[in-house]
Design a protein around this ligand. Structure first.
Ligand code: AMP
Length: 438
C-alpha cells in the first residue's frame, strides 16, 4: 500500500515525502479512508503506531477541500477541527505534526494548553485558525472567558482517550462536548478499550468504523525487555556505571516521583551526564526546553515521571530505563511505548530492587511472559529477590553460566567474584556481562 493509493492530495503527499515516510502504517492505511469519507471512527492504537498522521492527514484534506465560509475568506475563522489531548506535551506534538503535514495547505493551527500565558493564545484565536489542539482545562478557561468559539467545529478528535480518564478529565470533556455543534464527525483514539472508554465511545460516536492495530496492552514487538536485579541503594551507582560502560547517549529514565527524578537528574549531572528532569512541577518552558534538547540529542538522559512522559513522541529512542518500576503495570507498557517505534528496535531495561518484586510479577503477568533478568558483578543484591513468581518451580531454561568479565567498560574495582546463576528468557541487550539470575 502506498500513500498515493489513499486518495490524499498532492500537497499532503509532498509533505509526507518530506517527512521521509514511504508507506502508511497499519492504522493510517485503515483509518484514513474512513475519515476521508466523513465517518466516525473508534481506533485502538497506541502512541508509536503513527496514529497522529492517521487523523491529521485526512482532516487536513477535508478542510482544504471544503469551500470556505464568508468569514473564512476574510481570515476570521473559528476552528473547524478540535483535537482534545490529555497533556501539554502531546498538544505540542500534535500541533507540530499538523504544521508539518499541513505545510503546503495554508491551513492554520494552534495549540492551547495550561502552564503558559493565555494572552498569546487569545490573540491567535482572534486572528482565526482552522485546527485547534487543546488540553481540556485550558480550553474550558477559554470557553468561560468567551475567547474560543467552538460553533464551527465539524470534527472532534479525542486523542489518547484512556489517558484522559486516567487523568480525570472526563467531566471537562463532557462539558466541552456540550458546546460543540450536534452535527459533527467524531474520532476517538485510545490505547485501551477499558469499560469507561467504551462508555464514552458509545455516547459520542455515531455508527463508528472500528480500527484496531494493537492488542490490548500489547507493547511494541520490537522492544527487548530486561531486568537487572540490584539493591535500591545501589541503583544510582549502577545507572552511572551503565552510562559509562556503554556510552549511552539518549536514554529516557523513569522515576516514580517528582522528587526522585530531580534527585536522580542532579546525580547524573554531577557525574557529567547531561540530564534534565521532566515532571509536573517544572514550568512549561522548562519542560519544552528539556524535551527539545533531548530530541536534538543535546541531553544524554531525560529523567521523567509517568505523567510527564505521557504521549512523548521521540523518533527512534533507543532505550528506556525504569529506574523504578511503576506501581500500575499498564504504565510499564506506556513507558516502553517510547521506544521501538515505527519499526525501530529498542531496549527497555528495568533496575529492580527486592521491594519491587510484586510490581515485576504484575508486569510479567500483563506481558504474559517473563523478563530475562541478570545481576551485574559488583552490584549483586544483598537483599533477597525470592519472589512469588508465576513460574516458580520451573526448571531453568538453560544451564547455569558463569559471568564473563566485562571487556572495555572494565569490572568495578573490588567487585566480588561472579556467582553462579540459573538462566531463563532472552539475552538482555546492552549489558552482556551480567550473569543470568532468576
Ligand atoms: P504517533 O503514533 O503518531 O505518535 O507516531 C509515532 C512516530 O511514527 C512519529 O515519530 C511519526 O513521525 C512516525 N510516523 C508516522 N507515520 C509514519 C510512516 N508512515 N512511516 C514512518 N514513520 C511514521
Amino acid at each position: 500500500m502506498q500513500f498515493s493509493e489513499l486518495g490524499l492530495s498532492a500537497e499532503l503527499l509532498r509533505a509526507i515525502g518530506e517527512q521521509g515516510y514511504t508507506t502508511p502504517t497499519p492504522v493510517q492505511a485503515q483509518a484514513i479512508p474512513h475519515i476521508l469519507a466523513g465517518r466516525d471512527l473508534e481506533a485502538l492504537a497506541q502512541t508509536g503506531t503513527g496514529k497522529t498522521a492517521a487523523f491529521v492527514l485526512p482532516l487536513l484534506q477535508r478542510l482544504s477541500q471544503a469551500s470556505p465560509s464568508p468569514l473564512q475568506k476574510v481570515g476570521h475563522s473559528a476552528p473547524r477541527v478540535l483535537v482534545l489531548v490529555p497533556t501539554r506535551e502531546l498538544a505540542a506534538q500534535v500541533l507540530a505534526s499538523v504544521r508539518s503535514y499541513g505545510a503546503h495547505t495554508g491551513l492554520r493551527a494552534l495549540a492551547v494548553f495550561g502552564g503558559v500565558g493565555i494572552n498569546p493564545q487569545i490573540q491567535s484565536l482572534r486572528r482565526g485558525i482552522d485546527i485547534l489542539v487543546a488540553t481540556p482545562g485550558r480550553l474550558l478557561d477559554h470557553l468561560n472567558q468567551r475567547t474560543a468559539d467552538l460553533s464551527q467545529v465539524q470534527t472532534l478528535v479525542l486523542d489518547e482517550a484512556d489517558r484522559m480518564f486516567d487523568m480525570g478529565f472526563i467531566r471537562d470533556i463532557r462539558r466541552i462536548i456540550e458546546r460543540l455543534p450536534k452535527q459533527r464527525q467524531n474520532l476517538m483514539f485510545s490505547a485501551t478499550f477499558a469499560a469507561e472508554v467504551r462508555e464514552l465511545a458509545h455516547a459520542v460516536l455515531q455508527n463508528p468504523a472500528l480500527v484496531e492495530v494493537a492488542r490490548r496492552n500489547a507493547p511494541a514487538e520490537l522492544v527487548t525487555h530486561s531486568v537487572i536485579k540490584v539493591d535500591k541503594e545501589q541503583k544510582r551507582d549502577l545507572l552511572l556505571h551503565l552510562f559509562a560502560a556503554h556510552g549511552w547517549h539518549q536514554v529516557l529514565v523513569f522515576c516514580r516521583t517528582k522528587h526522585g527524578s530531580d534527585a536522580l537528574a542532579r546525580r547524573l549531572e554531577q557525574a557529567g551526564i547531561r540530564t534534565a528532569a521532566l515532571h509536573g512541577n517544572k514550568s512549561q518552558n522548562a519542560r519544552t526546553r528539556a524535551l527539545a534538547d533531548f530530541k536534538a540529542g543535546k541531553l544524554a538522559a531525560l529523567v521523567a515521571t509517568d505523567i510527564a512522559a505521557r504521549g512523548l513522541d521521540i523518533d527512534s529512542l533507543p532505550r528506556v530505563v525504569n529506574f523504578e518500576l511503576p506501581n500500575v503495570p499498564e504504565d510499564y507498557v506506556h513507558r516502553i511505548g517510547r521506544t521501538g517505534r515505527a519499526g525501530a528496535s529498542g531496549e527497555a531495561l528495568s533496575l529492580v530492587s527486592s521491594d519491587e518484586r510484586i510490581q515485576l510479577r504484575d508486569i510479567e503477568r500483563l506481558l504474559k511472559r517473563e523478563i530475562a533478568s541478570s545481576v551485574l558483578p559488583g552490584f549483586e543484591p544483598q537483599h533477597t529477590h525470592a519472589v512469588p513468581r508465576p513460574s516458580a518451580g520451573r526448571p531453568p531454561a538453560h544451564k547455569p553460566a558463569l559471568a564473563r568479565n566485562r571487556s572495555g567498560g572494565g569490572a568495578r574495582p573490588g567487585a566480588p567474584r561472579p556467582a553462579r546463576a540459573g538462566g531463563g528468557g532472552a539475552k538482555p541487550a546492552g549489558h552482556h556481562s551480567g550473569q543470568r539470575h532468576r
